[in-house]
Design a protein around this ligand. Sequence first.
Ligand code: URA
Length: 195
Amino acid sequence: MTVEAAVPQDWQAIGNLEALHAVCQRLFIPDPDERLVFGEGPDHARLLLLGEAPGEKEAAAGRPFVGNSGRLLDKYLQRAGLRREDAYVTNVLKIRPPGNRTPRTSEVKEALPLVIRQIELIRPAVIVCLGSIAVQAIVDRKAKITEIRGVWQEKDGVHIMPTYHPSAVFRDENKRELLKQDLSSVANVLSKLGT
Ligand code: URA
């Protein structure tokens, strides 16, 4: 995984997702045989799901959340009455950290301007932060997921629900219930906003 030397970017000048994707491809170079995972979904989705970083399956497919975590996420979205295909799904990091390690603070910092621009271009009404990396990236650098999860946040008019990452709930029945609860709350807010 390579992040090209900081190329000064006027991120605000990037006017659409296609152009942002192209910039990303210049800046973030995945390992050979892996792909950049920019994100997918409707350009102006009302709901944006933000994960941590692509895993092995995602880097092979070039798509977010297609492995075990993705299957679990899809199942719980469906139970909450949400359709994955209506949401924009992406991650803070667009390339897989070696060995699926947790992203470093420096990597999150490098990726952040692009994630912020991606969000600005999509203009979702609601963002679900899946896990602490996503919450710390866009809500509060010091947030603890166990304290903040399930508590609605608001930033620049966007409603943000911090919740557990699907990979954190596999072996924990309590966390699984909380993730389901948080996604139901997301479905309620989206239907109340009626946008
Ligand atoms: N975990 C993530 O955070 N994102 C993915 O796309 C897959 C697994």
